[in-house]
Design a protein around this ligand. Structure first.
Ligand SMILES: *Cc1c(COP(=O)(O)O)cnc(C)c1O
Length: 410
């Protein structure tokens, strides 16, 4: 008899976005002519940079000629030319020293943040911020680290670190021992950032407690405040305890192209049950090269063009465009009397719903009365109840239109 992995049966009711999709479809059936503006899902809208497009075209031509054809990259961890560009521009330029063979190129940070847990023991205690990017939780539940479902969509064995306006969206250190800590800064969904001091607190905790930090820096390119670290390795000692995830998805509009990378430093150790220190990087190297065979040459050529002078300039323009949208949304909501957070170093604006209005209730109200789609905070965790996320990824025209509609609601 074939049995199922029963951990999958523990997963709580549907992923957030299918439920939003369901409500939206129903609304469209009932209101076929409504002009709905989407500020919900975190997907980009602006096209690829011309430098990326021309690099990818050139790469296709190279693949069609015997002299320049390329096959598998270095065992699936990424071509040297891309890892070198990443290292020079994202790390050396910020004073961080890493080796190219600590960089693992992949087809996405969703996969990387979801897969990385495989190389760690099933007895580890997982800590996540609440609200949280659902991938960190669900992949650990699938692996068996969640325990039984608890109320409000939580899991018994997972340690939740609430991030609310009361603590300025900065999680407190856990009050019980944890081993795997997921941090995402700039944060999705709250749009808030972590200072050097705050990250140092986590690095120190991980060093003292032999824990590992999974640092998701997918929104690093949106940082405008010079004092905010772009990489966790800007914190002393972080290479002993942290894995970093980066993606070209939000940085360069690669959500439909697919390219990302993870940094697994050579200093990082995990332990056997007997307490023997084991190097983590070779384990991930083995995992990655066994289950993954690399990102296409064409995609990696496009990703490398992100680091060319033209590429950098073109990509910055797009980021600035989204950040301008974020500023417009922030200002408009603040003028309307909402409490707003984020949106300065991130493409997300996190707002407090009006007193007594739940986040799904606010979602329905916004959809029905303003025909604007956002994301209910409760969908990201129990502590997200009473909050709502708007993204700055819409077009500037739609942002303006949506804000006019919100103004008439009040
Ligand atoms: C969008 C996003 C990513 C990037 O995912 P890809 O798979 O690289 O497209 C990673 N982490 C968070 C929190 C995100 O919002």
């Amino acid at each position: 008899m074939i049995t199922v992995n029963e951990n999958f049966l523990k997963l709580q009711a549907g992923y957030l976005f299918p439920e939003i999709g369901r409500r939206l479809r129903q609304f469209k059936v009932e209101n076929p002519t409504a002009d709905v503006i989407s500020m919900g899902i975190g997907d980009v809208t602006q096209p690829l940079a011309p430098a990326v497009v021309s690099a990818m075209k050139k790469a296709v031509e190279q693949m069609g000629k015997i002299e320049t054809f390329r096959g598998y990259d270095d065992g699936g961890i990424g071509y040297e030319f891309l890892r070198e560009a990443i290292n020079t521009n994202d790390y050396k330029a910020r004073g961080v020293n890493i080796d190219n063979d600590e960089i693992f190129v992949s087809d996405g940070s969703k996969c990387d943040t979801g897969n990385m847990q495989e190389i760690f023991g099933l007895d580890n205690v997982v800590a996540v911020t609440d609200p949280v990017y659902p991938v960190y939780v669900d992949t650990n539940v699938m692996a068996g680290r969640g325990g039984v479902p608890a109320d409000k969509g939580r899991y018994e064995k997972i340690v939740y670190l609430p991030c609310t306006a009361e603590n300025n969206f900065v999680p407190a250190l856990p009050d019980k021992p944890v081993d795997m800590i997921y941090l995402c800064y700039p944060n999705n969904p709250t749009g808030t950032v972590a200072t050097k001091e705050e990250l140092k607190k986590w690095v120190d905790y991980a060093r003292e407690n032999k824990a590992v930090i999974f640092f998701d820096a997918a929104y690093e390119a949106f940082i405008t405040d010079d004092s905010i670290p772009h990489s966790i390795y800007e914190i002393e000692g972080a290479k002993e305890v942290a894995i970093e995830f980066r993606s070209f998805s939000k940085t360069a509009g690669f959500t439909g192209v697919r390219c990302a990378f993870a940094i697994v430093p050579k200093e990082l150790k995990a332990y056997t049950k007997e307490g023997k220190a084991i190097d983590v990087r070779p384990l991930w190297n083995r995992r990655h090269c066994t289950k993954f065979n690399g990102v296409s040459y064409i995609t990696q050529a496009g990703a490398a063009a992100v680091y060319s002078d033209e590429g950098k300039e073109q990509i910055k323009k797009v980021i600035d465009y989204y950040l301008k949208n974020a500023a417009v949304i922030r200002q408009c909501l603040a003028d309307l009397g909402y409490h707003v957070y984020g949106g300065k170093n991130a493409p997300y604006i996190w707002l407090k719903t009006p007193e007594g209005v739940g986040s799904w209730e606010f979602f329905d109200m916004l959809l029905n009365k303003a025909n604007v789609v956002g994301t209910p905070g409760a969908g990201f965790g129990a502590a997200g109840e009473g909050y709502f996320r708007l993204t700055a990824f819409a077009t500037a025209e739609n942002v303006e239109k949506a804000m006019k509609r919100l103004a008439t609601l009040k």
